[in-house]
Design a protein around this ligand. Structure first.
Ligand code: NAD
Ligand code: LMR
Length: 340
């Protein structure tokens, strides 16, 4: 069993491993917003993942087509499509992991917080259904603004009496992928060997890559280089929004990031040791109630929220300057959940 569980343990190569479900446990993954720009390629990537035995695709419309399409791929997961609110319960029942990319994306000139008015309500209603139909599932929140949607879901779960802080995750994996990609190119090191923790939150200056902890270490980067890499990572989402010029935000790289994070959650559930990813979770490593940092994943979700490690002076400054924005985004989410 252990061999089967460890199969393909390098997440960046998960598409390359041979398909075999062997003695892997059954795992149901639901995607809410599965017909969207992220939802469709994410559905494809999870259909390719042998850790998934059942793939449940939910959206307000369009999911029967997406489900029929990916279901013809000859891999383990049984696929079902559900459309419309009356099918949401069935889509969620028995889920081990629920991934939420439902909601509107940014257009040029918008901040992620500008999405709050629409997406907060969507997330609230989906979280209410999760509390009812699969209260034990691990929830991977992709919908923006993540700094507020995660606290919204937490409040909904608290009110329903189902909140388990170990099971709610804001997906910040795309920030990590960007930091790795940009660092590798600048430091001229092989991208597949690079690791960079990214902490804080998921919007602008709240995204804090810790390049002082990047591996392989580089001594060729100047302070100006590190400042530029930090800014590019913080503005990575905006770079894509502007390039798409009104046609949405990152979808393909986000689907890849979402698939990596979901796979880490599944491996943790399956008892694979030493699964560590950055994520925006309930935290006490700073004074803020939610914070992104490295977390160790296990059979119940978060096994341990890891500390920040040693920070450079530049990173210490970044940490202090992000706190007030992150605090108010968290509070905005909590207020919304309790007033609406
Ligand atoms: P999209 O508009 O292409 O797709 C969103 C999907 O959500 C649509 O299919 C829509 O029908 C569906 N939807 C709307 N209301 C719903 C509801 N109540 N229940 C179920 N589904 C519903 O958008 P997209 O590009 O896929 O982006 C989705 C979200 O992900 C946005 O909020 C975006 O900002 C966010 N995002 C987050 C990250 C991240 O790093 N966390 C990265 C990229 C995008
Ligand atoms: C991203 O980082 O790409 C997402 O949060 C989408 C966005 O609006 O930038």
């Amino acid at each position: 069993v252990e061999t089967a569980l460890r199969r393909g343990s390098s997440s960046s190569h998960f598409l390359l491993r041979p398909f075999s479900s062997g003695s892997l446990p059954d795992r149901k993954v639901a995607i809410l917003g599965a017909a969207g720009g992220i939802g469709q390629p994410l559905s494809l990537l999870l259909k390719l993942n042998p850790l998934v035995s059942s793939l449940s695709l939910y959206d307000i419309a369009g999911t029967p087509g997406v489900a029929a399409d990916v279901s013809h791929i000859n891999t383990r997961a049984e696929v079902a499509g559900y459309a419309g609110e009356d099918q949401l319960g069935k889509a969620l029942e028995g889920s081990d992991v629920v991934i939420i990319p439902a909601g509107v994306p940014r257009k040029p000139g918008m901040t992620r917080d500008d999405l709050f008015n629409i997406n907060a309500g969507i997330v609230k209603s989906l979280a209410t259904a999760i509390a009812k139909y699969c209260p034990n599932a691990l929830v991977n929140m992709i919908s923006n603004p993540v700094n507020s949607t995660v606290p919204i879901a937490a409040e909904v779960f608290k009110k329903a009496g189902t909140y388990d802080e170990k099971k709610l995750f804001g997906v910040t994996t795309l920030d990590v992928l960007r930091a790795k990609t940009f660092y590798a190119a600048k430091a001229k090191v092989p991208v597949e060997e690079v690791n960079v923790p990214v902490v804080g939150g998921h919007a602008g200056i709240t995204i804090l890559p810790l390049f002082s902890q990047a591996t392989p270490a580089s001594n060729s980067l100047s302070h100006e280089d590190i400042k530029a890499l930090t800014k590019r990572t913080q503005d990575g989402g905006t770079e894509v929004v502007e390039a798409k010029a009104g046609k949405g935000s990152a979808t393909l790289s986000m689907a890849y990031a979402g698939a990596i994070f979901a796979e880490a959650c599944l491996k943790g559930l399956n008892g694979v040791p030493d699964i560590i990813e950055c994520s925006f979770v309930q935290s006490n490593i700073t004074e803020l109630p939610f914070f992104a940092s490295k977390v160790r994943l296990g059979k119940n979700g978060v096994e341990e929220v890891l500390g920040l490690g040693p920070l450079s002076d530049f990173e210490k400054q970044g940490l202090e300057s992000l706190k007030s924005e992150l605090k108010s985004s968290i509070e905005k989410g909590i207020k919304f959940a309790n007033e609406n």
